[in-house]
Design a protein around this ligand. Structure first.
Ligand code: GLV
Ligand code: MN
Ligand code: MN
Length: 413
């Protein structure tokens, strides 16, 4: 294998797809996707399979106290590694590529180098980080955030999930509360291959995204308390209806994002009414608002506007509304030298490449706090993700993993 400007290094696509298929069968759901919510039994089985692969490759396995799993090759080399990786957890309606691709492509890079008898100048590591999705426990990217010292271990373990279970209980329950210390050792660099999960690469007919940064993310959980009453007898003028309040907030979020324009997006992904019955004005509503923007100033404005709307709504409707920030991440810029290198490698290989921002959150954005970090994107058909229909063409998987391989070869020396 040549290490500079070589266009003829390739990972084994069939082996990569074989592992993606095997992982997708763990927690398989209808439509070809997976449900491996963080720290559930399906997540444990996915982790077990990953650990098995790490061992097959002779890598040194490390499990830390928040459950992040990493493998290092060659084992015993304590120097800071070039780390690849992503996550194995999914949302409840996940596809087969979100997260899995970055982890399994990392394995593929290591195995390709082993098969070629190539020993990199620096150790390589592949990581799978706990609760990247944030669907069961907030915040998202929890494991990588703890790794880089952005959240203390006790605070992370105390987070309560959507089912009332804490991170600490769930982690112990699946047997992945490891011994290794957090914050973890700082890698030499961190690179993550991921599906785009959006429409841009496909629309532009380009197979490689050189990800320059990640937009800011603000997650809020709102708890609305009103007065439960009979749906037939309570006149409209006497109602304090948290169901109406939740609906009003949802329409406000959409209207505000359209009005602010630019890259502002906003989502109400969860609304739970209590008691949730056809003929009862609800007593309570719990809901989430996800606001994102690459522009920190605009993101802050959207948060302020949401807060003002909620306060006025509470006053007007006679509702008690409590608001809690459950994720708050500034926009992140990746290492310019690494981003330029990804572009150059893709161009040298004859691949179309586009510099772009990520709309989704990723573990690489946490590692960017402590070491040079970057991401490679490959297209998502129809821009669809967090959906079992998520799909990336095999030749695009190959292109992305080959760019990852070349990047690692150059960076590890
Ligand atoms: C997490 O991956 C998110 O972007 O929601
Ligand atoms: Mn992901
Ligand atoms: Mn995801």
């Amino acid at each position: 294998l040549q290490t500079e400007g070589s266009a003829d290094v390739h990972i084994d696509l069939n082996r990569l797809i074989g592992r993606l298929d095997e992982l997708a069968r763990i927690g398989a759901i209808e439509g070809g996707g997976s449900c491996r919510l963080a720290l559930t039994d399906a997540d444990r089985r996915g982790r077990d399979r990953f650990v098995g692969w790490l061992r097959e490759l002779g890598m040194a396995v490390r499990v830390d106290r928040i459950g992040n799993v990493t493998g290092t090759w060659p084992p015993g080399d304590e120097r800071p590694p070039v780390m690849m990786g992503s996550h194995l957890d999914t949302v409840a309606t996940g596809g087969r590529f979100d997260g899995a691709l970055g982890v399994l492509a990392g394995l593929e890079v290591v195995q390709t180098l082993q098969d070629a008898g190539h020993r990199p100048g620096r150790p390589l590591a592949v990581g799978a980080f706990t609760n990247e999705e944030g669907a069961r426990f907030q915040p998202d990217m929890l494991g990588s955030l703890v790794w880089v010292g952005g959240l203390s271990l006790p605070d992370a373990l105390a987070q309560v999930g959507t089912d009332g279970c804490t991170v600490g209980e769930a982690l112990a329950g699946i047997g992945y509360a490891g011994e290794a210390q957090v914050p973890g050792p700082t890698p030499h660099a961190f690179v993550e291959l991921h599906v785009e999960q959006g429409p841009i690469l496909e629309e532009q007919g380009v197979d490689i995204g050189a990800v320059a940064g990640v937009q800011g993310i603000a997650w809020t959980e709102l708890h609305l308390v009103g007065e439960s009453n009979h749906a037939g007898t309570c006149p409209m003028r006497l109602r304090h209806d948290p169901g109406y309040g939740a609906a009003a907030i949802a329409t406000f979020v959409r209207d505000m994002c359209l009005r602010l324009g630019g890259g502002q997006v906003g989502t109400v992904g969860r609304i739970e009414l209590h008691p949730n019955l056809i003929n009862v004005v609800p007593a309570e509503a719990t809901m989430t608002v996800d606001l994102r923007n690459t522009d920190a100033v605009m993101l802050a404005q959207s948060r302020r506007e949401l807060g003002d709307f909620v306060a006025a709504l509470a006053e007007r409707e006679g509702l008690e509304i409590a608001s809690r920030t459950v994720a708050d991440f500034d926009p992140v810029e990746f290492d310019p030298e690494l981003v330029a290198r990804i572009e150059r490698i893709a161009e040298d290989r004859g691949q179309g490449v586009r510099r772009m921002a990520s709309g989704a959150g990723h573990d690489a954005q946490m590692f960017a706090r402590v070491c040079p970090s970057a991401m490679i994107f490959v297209p998502s058909r129809g821009g669809i993700s967090h959906n079992p229909a998520e799909f990336t063409e095999p030749h695009q998987l190959q292109a992305g993993a080959d760019v990852l391989l070349q990047l690692v070869l150059e960076f590890a020396g």
